[in-house]
Ligand binder design. Structure first.
Ligand SMILES: [Zn+2]
Ligand SMILES: [Zn+2]
Length: 139
């Protein structure tokens, strides 16, 4: 499991272009399905835009119903804390902070639009990270 980008990162594009652009690539984001939530996906960098409420709901659901073994996440990339991107919806600079949940990810969010931006692979890194809230195999 050392692939930098697994062939299937769990995000399925739905082939429907949205109206917002990737804050990094400036390409149109497409509607996509991330296991339990609709998101907007950049096909080039595989980053996703997801409403904050959907994000927490989907993470709670996917972790509590997980049947695959947990995967210990790599350490947080602290350089990500110094990157600033513009909200694809309102154009304001997004807040950047370490995600309070599992996965050691840095999250960008727009408090005005209540949107999160996650880089490639980060969504399922959170889903797969070990933790008490993750379903355990029955004994
Ligand atoms: Zn992109
Ligand atoms: Zn915004």
């Amino acid at each position: 499991m050392d692939f930098p980008r697994p062939p299937d990162d769990g995000i399925t594009p739905l082939g429907i272009p949205g109206t917002l652009e990737c804050p990094l690539c400036r390409l149109p984001l497409e509607l996509a399905w991330a296991g339990a939530a609709q998101v907007l996906l950049c096909r080039r960098c595989r980053g996703i835009l997801i409403p904050m409420a959907s994000f927490s709901r989907a993470i709670t659901y996917l972790r509590s119903t997980a049947s695959d073994p947990p995967v210990a996440p790599p350490p947080m990339n602290r350089e990500d804390l110094h990157r600033h991107i513009a909200c694809p919806r309102c154009g304001r600079q997004m807040d950047v902070h370490p995600y309070g949940g599992p996965g050691n990810i840095v999250i960008d969010n727009c408090p005005h639009c209540r949107l999160n931006w996650l880089d490639s692979g980060e969504f399922f890194r959170v889903v797969r990270a070990p933790g008490k809230d993750r379903r355990r195999a029955r004994e």
